[in-house]
Design a protein around this ligand. Sequence first.
Ligand code: GDP
Ligand code: ZN
Length: 374
Amino acid sequence: MVVGTVLRSHAGGYLVYLSEKDITLQCQARGRLKKERVSILTGDRVELADLDFDQQTGLITGCLPRWSLLSRPQIANVDQVVIVQAVRQPEWNQLWCDRYIVHFQLELPDCTPVLCFNKCDLVDQEIALTLRRVYESLGYRVLMVSARTGSGIEELSTMLENKITVFAGPSGVGKSSLLNALEPSLNLKIGVMDNEYGVGRHTTTYSEIYRVKRAGGPAWVADTPGFNLAELRHPEPVDVMWQFPEVINLSSDCRFSNCLHLVETGCNVIEKVVELDICEAYDGSQVPPPLVSRQRYDNYVTIVNEAQQEQSLLRETSTKKESSVKQVGGRKGKAVSIPRLSGRYRAESRRTQKQRLDAGITSEDEDLNEDDQE
Ligand code: GDP
Ligand code: ZN
């Protein structure tokens, strides 16, 4: 069985890389796969037949099971996400950093995101060290790099070997520059800035993986666009809490059960929020600290509030949906929901018509009866 990796969709088919031959083939999916609606995505491992190396074509006959799936953009078999941010230009924004972390932890719960701070040539060591300390204390791997000077690029490159890695982050932070530094032959366009979120150059539905040549084995990387708020995952408020290790670390001591640690007087998490210089709370020891910094806590509250707003919006729309159904038949708990039809469109079955005529009740009465049971 010959197995290749889908690099992207192309002309109604797919570009598939075959490592044994170091060749990229244009492949169509076998008709049966289309009929069975088997989706084939960038990153998928596919079985190939009818290989023609002169024409560089092949036929996809099957898709192997996926071990992970990123939803925006859709990429299968992602091994790790590198969240790229600039320490300056654009100015580092910790709220967006934390939003990206929450989003990708929820997207791919089995892989802890790696934080990559780019443009380190623009700040002094002290600032870079602070960022490193804060996030290493929380258990994240942190890389300080500069696509411009090349510092840190070798460390980044090594961790990509034999993996599919997604580079995520707003545009303008230097993702394309980093990919070019890792593999100059990619020659990606750089320096195209978009709106305030750094969103837009390509869409969240476009996906492609590129190969970075490494001695220890090929590395696959994807450049992805930035997200705006609406495109991020909308978790349950309590799920947000689980993405903040220092909040979780303290919440077992909270005297309230089901506490989101937002406003309650006497909540011990809120009591442990500190106004200290961030370095004093987070010493880089790779253990969540017994304190929560004001900045991280504020971001936690913001993201929980966003999740709560999302929830109440959802509840509103589902109440609207509910009122379009009504409960009929049976005693309490046994009633079934049926769509509420407006009287005008309601066709009466012969049987109900007969029953109604037999019992001598009107259609209107019947409606009232059913509503009474709601
Ligand atoms: P992307 O939108 O995330 O792909 O970012 P680009 O790679 O297009 O880079 C955006 C801008 O940042 C460009 O003007 C780059 O030259 C610049 N840039 C990228 N990396 C660095 C770096 O390490 N240091 C500095 N000073 N500028 C960088
Ligand atoms: Zn609490």
